[in-house]
Design a binder for this molecule. Structure first.
Ligand code: PLP
Length: 394
């Protein structure tokens, strides 16, 4: 008889995976499903990066590396932070890990004691609450509504802080909302964090995917105090279409970075060596493919946004970054006879043959998340199917 550990008893399985499994089941039966669930760019990794990885293997660079990453990769990350954000770090303030996801996991493990609170704005990326709970922490949610463009205010943050608060997570550009905090908004949030002496976890994984005249500001750049209390999380997954290579990093306080590196030395040994060489090229090599992919996402957004907006009962804010759309479909679900948005999503899958992610997984129960990291053709067809589905049942 197997008794699982208490810590996994409350683990919520990923809603993203559940809908993907159902979509795959239908596909296997020959149903023509269009999937808008993807959380990754639909391009291959750029050629120069593939070549660098291959070259490193040919040269026999296939052994263990230092736990927190190769010195040359830390250097590449330091140069990237200097170049893009004018932020200066030393190697002891950088830890490279197995994707931003595992870097965040490692961070919570070294940061939280039982009962320590981490503030998480809703809608949130699915893994934040689970990772906090796995580290015996307590997620404290702040609801950012559509009327506030899915961004928390300084006042909300102030009210959520208690004497158990250790950190707040700021994810800008955001998955799933695509919203970006302005510099002014970040200044106000950073001031609250300073007053209450809490850490800022700044997840900037979508930093390179921003549209229109929006500017991305890292909260760490605002002042010396903000930099000292911020752990910047980023990686090559979304910027360089390298999700499968699993390389992400943390930049911040050397005490935290050392603890994270020590934990990694006993849990992962090191991020995959070949992937680290690929990431060195990603950061040191030409950046034009990053911009090409960004432009492609932007033109898809331009094409599909008006079509999505035109669907009856869909209320959608134009995203400023990442590659997700998060319409509020509560009215559409209600008018088409579904008891919940989750049921509406099942209807979309089985009847319109379009797979989207229910917002319940992000704490935003009235919404669905559509990814536009797919071809314009599929995207257009999918949105037409959704429109048809809603209109026929209205
Ligand atoms: N943070 C956010 C907001 C994400 O959406 C993702 C991936 O979907 C990650 C972090 C993790 O990225 P990775 O582990 O591939 O670096």
């Amino acid at each position: 008889m197997i008794n699982l550990a208490d810590r996994v008893q409350t683990l919520t399985p990923s809603t993203t995976l559940a809908i993907t499994a159902k979509a795959n089941e239908l596909k296997a039966q020959g149903v023509d499903i269009i999937g808008l669930g993807a959380g990754e760019p639909d391009y291959n990794t750029p050629e120069n990066i593939l070549q660098a990885a291959y070259q490193s293997m040919k040269e026999g660079k296939t052994k263990y590396t230092p736990a927190g990453g190769l010195p040359a990769l830390k250097e590449a990350v330091i140069n990237k932070l200097q170049r893009d954000q004018n932020l200066s770090y030393e190697p002891k303030e950088i830890m490279v890990g197995i994707g931003a996801k595992h870097v965040l996991y490692t961070l919570f493990q070294v940061l939280l004691n039982e009962g320590d609170e981490v503030i998480i704005p809703i809608p949130y990326w699915v893994s934040y609450p689970e990772q906090v709970k796995l580290a015996q922490g307590v997620p404290v949610y702040i609801e950012a509504t559509a009327s506030q463009a899915y961004k928390i205010s300084a006042q909300q943050l102030r009210e959520a802080i208690t004497d158990r608060t250790k950190a707040v997570i700021i994810n800008s550009p955001s998955n799933p909302t695509g919203m970006i905090y302005t510099k002014e908004e970040l200044v106000e949030l950073a001031e609250v964090c300073r007053e209450s002496d809490i850490l800022i976890i700044s997840d900037e994984i979508y930093e390179k995917l921003i549209y229109g005249d929006t500017v991305h500001t890292s909260i760490a750049t605002l002042s010396e105090d903000a930099k000292n209390r911020t752990i910047v999380i980023n990686g090559v997954s979304k910027s360089h279409s390298m999700t499968g290579w699993r390389i992400g990093y943390a930049a911040g306080d050397s005490l935290l970075i050392k603890a994270m590196t020590d934990l990694a030395s006993h849990s992962t040994s090191n991020p995959t060596t070949t992937s680290q060489y690929a990431a060195i090229e990603a950061y040191n090599g030409p950046q034009d493919t990053v911009e090409e992919m960004r432009q492609a996402f932007e033109s898809r957004l331009e094409a599909v946004f008006p079509k999505l907006e035109a669907i009856p009962g869909f209320k959608v804010i134009r995203p400023q970054g990442a590659f997700y759309l998060l319409p509020d479909v509560s009215e559409a679900a209600h008018k088409t006879g579904y008891a919940s948005v989750d049921d509406f999503v099942t209807g979309l899958l089985t009847e319109a043959n379009v797979a989207v992610i229910p917002g319940s997984g992000f704490g935003a129960h009235d919404t669905i998340r559509l990814s536009y990291a797919t071809s314009l053709e599929s995207l257009t067809e999918a949105v037409e199917r959704i429109h048809q589905f809603v209109s026929s049942k209205w």
